[in-house]
Design a protein around this ligand. Structure first.
Ligand code: IPD
Ligand code: CA
Ligand code: CA
Length: 260
């Protein structure tokens, strides 16, 4: 399955890279002003699903643009984000990727994130570690929040300030060494796994944003929870992910919702 996921992610990633700056049709999703989808997102998803179906026709698919194709009582579910970073893509900003996770009986067992701009392939199989272009990845060793480089993202309904997202951002800015915002949750998570970022949090993600990234971080030795410190589910929106050493401090900041 990892081979198929890599084949699909690379094929779709190449397609995305070839089409940067060439978007013709930008639509708003579900009536949300900031939530965009393009013909490139949809074509990328078709490429990925086509490759998966050739190899595993009976498996279920949960893909961002076409929803859940639940054929059977398959144990396997492929969770796909065909273009993570659509807003960047529509501005020809080369920060985007493809993310594919494979879930078996509710557990992510394989994950691939491919960034075609840097030609970086992040892969993980449950129990076998995480790799960046074939080399073992490890989370960072940073011990405390005040020397940590963090990353986050904002949901498309940020104007409603869901779950105190703005206050959390402010509080982390005050406590961490620095906070970045790249516009691709999957790249954010891949970079935590690679030790480039020490921690990541976000208030409202979807399973396709997180599936592959969660396994990358787990297999690279990191920690993942929800905002209350409970084990993470990719279906439960909130995520706090780190090298493990700063997880407690990150959770403390998230509990102090007021601006301090
Ligand atoms: C978005 C990106 C962004 C995150 C949003 C996601 P999309 O995914 O991952 O970083 O902040 O919450 O929806 O729409 O570009 O696939
Ligand atoms: Ca996404
Ligand atoms: Ca997407």
């Amino acid at each position: 399955m990892i081979k198929t996921a890599i084949e699909a992610a690379k094929e779709a990633g190449r397609f995305l890279k070839q089409n940067i700056g060439k978007v013709r049709d930008i639509q708003r999703k579900d009536g949300q002003e900031k939530n965009l989808v393009t013909e490139i997102d949809k074509r990328s998803e078709e490429i990925i699903i086509g490759i998966i179906k050739q190899h595993y026709p009976a498996h279920d698919i949960l893909a961002e643009e076409s929803g859940l194709k639940s054929s059977s009582a398959s144990e396997y579910r492929w969770i796909i984000d065909p273009l993570d970073g659509t807003t960047n893509f529509t501005h020809a900003l080369p920060v985007f990727c493809v993310s594919i996770g494979v879930e078996r009986k509710g557990k992510i067992i394989a994950g691939v994130i491919y960034d075609p701009n840097f030609d970086e392939l992040f892969t993980a199989e449950k129990g076998n570690g995480a790799l960046l272009n074939g080399k073992r990845m490890k989370v960072s060793r940073t011990e405390s929040l005040n020397t940590s480089l963090l990353v986050t993202g904002f949901p498309y309904n940020i104007t409603e300030n869901p779950d105190h997202a703005v206050e959390h951002f402010y509080n982390f800015l005050m406590r961490a060494q620095a906070v970045r915002r790249m516009g691709s949750a999957a790249i954010d998570m891949a970079y935590v796994a690679a030790g480039r970022y020490d921690g990541f949090w976000e208030v409202a993600l979807n399973p396709w944003d997180m599936a592959a990234g969660t396994l990358l971080i787990e297999e690279a030795g990191g920690t993942l929870t929800d905002f209350s410190g409970n084990p993470l589910s990719v279906y439960h929106k909130q995520i706090v992910a780190s090298n493990g050493k700063i997880q407690k401090e990150m959770l403390e900041v998230l509990h102090s919702t007021r601006i301090k």
